[in-house]
Design a protein around this ligand. Structure first.
Ligand code: NA7
Length: 535
């Protein structure tokens, strides 16, 4: 419950996912007064909300956790790719071990925040009336805090059950024997489709753009497996900050075009036996050079098509000519996704051929057909990366709202701060490596930079840190230059802000990789926080 009287703090953190919890534990252990406010009624961030059937992390569990040895030493994942229930068990374990909840206000969604120029503090108000005054306002809202629905006529008229995957009811929904529609084929759509196909009388999947899903090499972990995993873990963690994406593997420092066909095929076959290695452990020019990209696409396409019996469906799911470059929209990991289309109870509707015209009381109508459903699942994604920040009325020094300031595109110095909003720091957010980064890795690695900055301020008797407009622009230009050298802009993805009508088109994540990001950060700090005004 939010405080009845205004609580005065050194730091207020928003969000109790990996990033917010890391901030909490590190800041309070260094003597700061700090609290977390969290909209949900439990910790875990995205894993608190993502309760749809089949929700599962698509990074390997052992590398997808906090690196504190006293935490990983005593926790064993039951599966290599843990599901939502197991991840919630993990967060409960972390809570019990570190007593997180005593410093978290649950069911507390931040509505607004205003900077006080005289006191150099933020006054933050929650929807439930709680107010906080803090010196530093640290936003850890994650990349998927704001679910989006398609704008379809008649949505309120549907008489059956409908939910967005990111707002799934806690008690669940029974799929057995039901006629189910899934709109959207990103990671959430793939996962919920796999589950629904097992029980539904009829499952119809509405696809706008084909996902490029890679095989999830799921397996149960025995005690022996876990012992082996633990013996390797410290070494694996130590490699994260040296890799592009915060994993314990990295791109192959060669061009896909400079090796023989035989060597490339052998390499792709090896990578195919893992999950994201085929994406983020591939040849270094796959996301830069279209011809190199073709080699990865063609391998993926041929492996995928081989699993689909109907050639018409195969062409829709894995077209001969790529719909967009391989890997520049986020791939997901799948277990049975491409097999379920061979089942009699599963249908695919291509929305480019037959768009949805309206939702009806009994289902939905496409241009050519009336469909009846008991359940409609909106797996339509999020106002990604910026949505959690712009949902809050954040007013900076000139009274302007952050969302207005970014209405023509994000400007953010090193992806952590923006001019006009002193002492406001965000992590795992826009123009930072987040979208290409293993979540817990970036929560910790970028999280350390935030904690170190707050320490620097305290140690030097400083009260106010503000990014400079020129530095914001320079960082945004740097991101744009890296984007122009790569293939990301050739797809309409949430990375590009292109999944939300009217959102400015720009790559919302830092495409230079963690090592370059950290080098840029070091340059800034070594130059006395160049590009920030400290006072
Ligand atoms: P995603 O990856 O954004 O996927 C959303 C899906 O919904 C995607 O296939 C979209 O098609 C589709 N979509 C979105 N709006 C519409 C409308 N209006 N009509 C039809 N189809 C639509 O979200 P997820 O929840 O699956 O995954 C989010 C992240 O979580 C994922 O990237 C991982 O990091 C984990 P589109 O491709 O835009 O044509």
């Amino acid at each position: 419950v939010a405080p009845a009287v205004t609580e005065v703090l050194d730091v207020l953190v928003v969000g109790a996912g990996f990033a917010g919890l890391y901030q909490l534990e590190n800041l309070r252990s260094r003597g700061y007064s700090v609290k977390v406010v969290e909209a949900g009624e439990g910790l875990g961030g995205i894993w608190h909300w993502n309760r749809y059937p089949g929700a599962r992390v698509d990074s390997e569990g052992p590398i997808y956790q906090f690196t504190r040895p006293d935490l990983w030493d005593e926790f064993a994942f039951a599966e290599l790719y843990p599901g939502g229930d197991e991840l919630r068990r993990y967060f409960k374990y972390v809570d019990a071990k570190l007593d997180m909840s005593k410093d978290i206000y649950y069911n507390t969604r931040v509505a607004s925040a205003e900077f006080d120029e005289t006191a150099n503090t933020w006054t933050v108000t929650a929807e439930n009336g709680g107010t906080f005054v803090c010196k530093y306002f640290v936003l850890c809202t994650g990349f998927a805090a704001k679910p989006i629905f398609p704008k379809l006529a008649g949505m309120d008229s549907f008489a059956g059950i409908s939910h967005h995957t990111g707002l799934w009811p806690e008690g669940g929904i029974d799929f057995a024997g039901k006629r189910i529609a899934i709109i959207g084929t990103g990671a959430s759509g793939v996962q919920v489709a796999q589950e629904a196909s097992k029980e539904a009388a009829q499952l119809t999947i509405f696809q706008r753009t084909p996902v490029q899903a890679l095989p999830m090499r799921q397996r149960q972990l025995t005690d022996e497996d876990n012992a082996k995993i633990k013996s390797d873990l410290a070494d694996r963690f130590s490699r994260r900050s040296a890799s592009f994406s915060g994993f314990d593997f990295d791109f192959i420092p060669k061009s896909a075009l400079q090796v023989s066909d035989e060597e490339r095929t052998t390499t792709y076959e090896r990578l195919w036996e893992y999950g994201f290695e085929f994406w983020l452990g591939t040849y270094q020019d796959v996301f830069v050079d279209d011809e190199a990209n073709d080699t990865a696409y063609e391998f993926w396409r041929d492996r995928t098509r081989a699993r689909i019996k109907d050639p018409v469906i195969a062409e829709k799911l894995a077209p001969m000519k790529k719909a967009y470059p391989f890997g520049v929209k986020r791939p997901s990991l799948e277990q049975t996704y491409y097999d379920i289309f061979n089942q009699d109870n599963v249908r695919l509707v291509d929305l480019h051929e037959d768009p949805i015209e309206t939702i009806t009381p009994t289902g939905l109508k496409t241009t050519s057909e009336e469909h009846e459903f008991d359940i409609i699942v909106y797996a339509t994604g999020f106002d990604a990366v910026t949505g959690g920040l712009t949902a809050i009325d954040i007013r900076g020094t000139d009274g302007a709202l952050l969302r207005d300031k970014w209405s023509n595109g994000v400007r953010a110095n090193l992806g952590v701060a923006t001019a006009g909003f002193p002492n406001l720091l965000f992590l795992y957010g826009p123009l930072s490596p987040s979208g290409f980064c293993n979540g817990p890795s970036c929560a910790e690695i970028q999280g350390d930079l935030i904690v170190d900055t707050i320490d620097y301020m305290r140690d030097n008797g400083l009260n106010r840190i503000e990014s400079e407009a020129d530095a914001d622009a320079a960082w945004s230009d740097h991101v744009a230059e890296l984007t122009a050298e790569a293939l990301y802009d050739k797809a309409d993805s949430w990375y590009m802000g292109a999944n939300v009508p009217g959102k400015p088109r720009q790559l919302l994540n830092y495409p230079g990789g963690l090592p370059l990001y950290l080098a840029k950060w070091d340059e800034t700090v070594c130059a006395g926080y160049k590009g920030f005004t400290l006072s």
